[in-house]
Design a protein around this ligand. Structure first.
Ligand SMILES: [Zn+2]
Length: 599
């Protein structure tokens, strides 16, 4: 029950975070991102003991008494006696005091850069008066450089005492000569100040665009409000983030990811924003990232189809083509190893939509309001289009990651993979089925055979499960994300939050959702497919490492692997399963260094 559609409607809304939220989400401190000097100097050896140390290696939970970390790698996972034999004068002994130590979490699918961008703007969620908007935006104006747009996001007109959007005159109080834009919680409406309208050459002679309008005074002059396509037009003119703003995107995003225990993040939509490549390049050049970042890029091939299928220009600036080529031009080795914590791991394409636009083989139970007659959703791209990717990438280092929610979309993916195998032979490609919410039982066997790897957005059950039940009917939702069936069939899968599609990159929340499978109204869907807490944890550690082909170095606490670790306040295997989402991450450690510490 992926929420893409909701989000496309309000992508920058519910999901929009602010700097204020950073404190809320993190409630901790982040150590300075490692610069080159720190990277080359080994961290002091550490022995962890005194709490459950869950290795995540093997099908049953296994604990060790002590974990030794030397030079950023796991030197021993065993008994305290063995650990003490490796102790040197500079070894630090860490007493877990009953807290649980696990391998660092690995993001199965998310948008760290996009999330970081959202955090740049002012948070207007919850404001009740236009004066409050102005006050928050004045703070934002101080934070931004003199040439930057001053942007705020998230107010709701019905919550404002004025019950309307702000006017140019009101926004001019924030700045009479710098561009100011506010966007409401739906992401579809907003307002601009006089300087911004002037900057873009918009005035009383500007006609309303199709599908939208400019607010006007009685004499026809523009009054500030921007509706739908008028807002999208204005938003598209915003300059990309550069300089300190580009730094902040990478730093904010990686800090939030680390605060939820993740030592490997994803940006699975590189190239959708016009400034993505420069932001990533900046992060590489300045060595900004404290954790690893796996990228999935939009290949040039996708651009036109994507823009047509998704009208992405209304959400992203879709003029960035060839993200793969551009990244590889920066660093030709980016596709087979981490360069300053960044690796280009995959290609991203989109096969269908979200709950009301999921491509199914059978009709919906209820149509979306604008659809009549027999409706089963629809595909976004042709078989030829998908095949083109497999022709190009099947035997390459780059994994094909496909957004899909329905069984007809899964069928298109399976057709393409089976064809690739027929033409090019089997490869260890591990094509990723992103969301893969509903797949028929007969498809699961085929998925296993071709080595497909599902990553489930389990957090969409508590946040969108009821809506999926309404559209698709209970049976298909019950059969969605069949984690136990997959485990029995030997298919590994991961969990993902797709943040900012789900509002936070909160790993314990998606583990909880996998274990409880409960919708917002309290329906437990497919109770037989509720994952055990251990299986759900495997899906965010060992299995997720396998997904990105990094199982040799990540995902379990075994000798020789990276010391990517997370310390939780309690053990998810022993708490009441409905409280898993409340377990706090206390510390996140990347290759032996603390990158997040809750205070
Ligand atoms: Zn996504």
């Amino acid at each position: 029950m992926q929420l893409q559609q909701h989000v496309r409607l309000s992508r920058r809304s519910a999901l929009k975070l602010s700097v204020g939220m950073l404190a809320l989400a993190g409630q901790g401190i982040l150590r300075p991102a490692p610069g080159m000097a720190q990277d080359s100097a080994p961290a002091a050896p550490v022995i962890y003991s005194g709490g459950p140390i869950l290795t995540m290696a093997g099908p049953e939970p296994a604990y060790v008494e002590a974990l030794v970390v030397i030079d950023g790698k796991i030197a021993l996972a065993g008994t305290m006696d063995e650990a003490l034999k490796l102790r040197t004068t500079d070894t630090r002994l860490v007493d877990l005091q009953g807290r649980t130590l696990l391998p660092g979490f690995i993001d199965g699918h998310g948008h760290m850069i996009y999330f970081g961008k959202n955090m740049i703007d002012a948070d207007l969620v919850g404001v009740t008066d236009i004066a409050e908007i102005v006050a928050r935006m004045e703070v934002q104006a101080d934070r931004m450089g003199p040439d930057d747009w001053i942007v705020g996001f998230g107010y709701r007109v019905p919550s404002l005492t004025q019950n309307r959007h702000p006017t140019t005159a009101e926004l001019d109080q924030i700045s009479p000569d710098r561009p100011v834009m506010v966007v409401d919680g739906s992401g579809h409406n907003g307002a601009a100040n006089t300087a911004l309208l002037r900057l873009l050459g918009l005035d009383q002679d500007t006609p309303d665009p199709e599908g939208g309008s400019f607010g006007r005074n009685s004499d026809g002059t523009l009054s500030g409000p921007l509706e739908e396509t008028a807002l999208f037009f204005v938003r598209e003119q915003r300059p990309g983030f550069t300089g300190k703003l580009a730094d902040d995107v990478a730093l904010n995003g990686s800090r939030i990811w680390a605060s939820y225990g993740q030592t490997t993040a994803q940006e699975s939509g590189v190239g959708l924003g016009k400034d993505d490549i420069d932001i990533i390049r900046n992060a590489i050049d300045k060595q900004l990232l404290p954790i690893d970042l796996y990228l999935c890029a939009k290949d040039s091939l996708v651009s036109d189809a994507l823009a047509a299928a998704y009208a992405t220009s209304s959400e992203y600036t879709a003029n960035a083509t060839g993200a793969v080529e551009k990244l590889l031009a920066v660093r030709p080795d980016l596709d087979d190893r981490y360069i300053n914590r960044v690796r280009l791991g995959g290609i991203k394409l989109w096969l269908d939509g979200s709950v009301p636009t999921t491509w199914m083989s059978e009709m919906y139970e209820h149509n979306p309001p604008d659809k009549e007659g027999e409706y089963s959703g629809f595909g976004q791209v042709s078989d030829e289009f998908v095949n083109g990717f497999f022709d190009k990438y099947w035997t390459s280092n780059l994994q094909i990651n496909m957004h899909m929610n329905g069984d007809a979309a899964a069928e298109q993916a399976l057709r393409a993979i089976e064809r690739a195998i027929e033409m090019q032979g089997m490869a260890d490609h591990r094509p990723v089925f992103i969301h893969n919410t509903y797949m028929r039982p007969d498809q699961i066997e085929r998925a296993a055979k071709v080595g497909a790897f599902p990553t489930y957005t389990t957090g969409s059950l508590p946040l969108g499960g009821d809506s999926a039940i309404y559209y698709w009917g209970r049976d298909r939702v019950d059969a969605s994300m069949p984690m136990n069936t997959l485990e029995k069939a030997g298919i590994r899968f991961s969990l993902n939050h797709d943040a900012p599609i789900l509002p936070l990159p909160d790993v314990m929340a998606i583990v909880d959702a996998a274990v409880n499978r409960t919708t917002e109204s309290g329906i437990v869907v497919g109770p037989d497919e509720r994952a055990s807490p251990y299986l759900a944890l495997r899906a965010v550690t060992a299995y997720a490492a396998y997904q990105i082909k990094e199982e040799a170095t990540k995902g379990t606490l075994e000798v020789g692997k990276l010391a990517d670790l997370v310390i939780l306040e309690s053990n998810p295997l022993t708490v009441d399963p409905v409280t898993i989402k409340d377990i706090k991450v206390l510390e996140t450690i990347k290759e032996g260094r603390t990158v997040f510490l809750r205070e």
